[in-house]
Design a protein around this ligand. Structure first.
Ligand code: ADP
Length: 187
């Protein structure tokens, strides 16, 4: 089974596709955004350090992210999906070196592309169940919860990511165009 790297603008569906592939083929889903959000939720020193950066839609430091991925991949036995890494050309070079060190050759890069207005609508409508992690979108049929504001599975009140507002989205999209999109050429 091939390891997968997703490259995509914010809210293109990396996380959703990863979860489907995980269920179907038992992939290990490595979402850097989810790892960082759980650091923030646990109020670890790392979490406190990166919180305002993430809320504003800025990238977290390359060196920190590279270390995080190094730790993850060094201890992995399963086929994996990278959802959210690499996001800069520097991260892509580091990942390339890491793959060489770990003899990982079996991978593909999948580029998901959506336009900015659709990405914004998806971002503003995105809701998640804090208990089971299931994602919803209040603006799209098929993704709306059965009962407004509550999870279909656990009936928990759904929550919104603090960076899913228009200002942070615009910043994330701009960063994507400037820092992440150039990686396409590299692959
Ligand atoms: P989305 O793709 O919807 O923007 P993610 O959950 O992938 O959301 O990422 C959320 C935030 O986490 C990013 O805006 C960024 O601040 C931070 N982040 C995630 N992955 C990386 C990375 N590889 N490098 C730097 N920052 C990252």
């Amino acid at each position: 089974m091939k390891n997968i790297i997703f490259l995509a603008p914010p809210a293109a569906g990396k996380g959703t596709c990863s979860e489907i592939l995980k269920k179907e083929f038992n992939y290990e889903h490595i979402s850097t955004g989810a790892i960082l959000r759980s650091e923030i939720a646990s109020q670890s020193s790392l979490g406190n350090e990166i919180k305002s950066n993430i809320e504003k839609g800025n990238l977290v430091d390359d060196s920190l992210m590279i270390k995080l991925i190094e730790n993850k991949l060094t201890n992995i036995n399963n086929s994996f999906i990278l959802d959210g890494f690499p996001r800069t050309i520097n991260q892509a070079y580091s990942l390339d070196n890491l793959f060489k060190e770990l003899n990982i050759e079996n991978y593909i890069v999948i580029y998901l592309n959506i336009d900015k207005s659709l990405a914004l609508k998806r971002t503003l409508g995105r809701m998640t169940c804090p208990k089971c992690g299931k994602g919803y979108n209040i603006y799209f049929d098929g993704f709306k919860p059965n009962k407004d504001g509550y999870c279909d599975i656990c009936n928990e009140a759904l929550s919104k990511r603090s960076d899913d507002n228009e200002e942070s989205f615009n910043n994330r999209f701009e960063t994507y165009i400037n820092s992440t999109l150039p990686i396409l050429k590299f692959y």
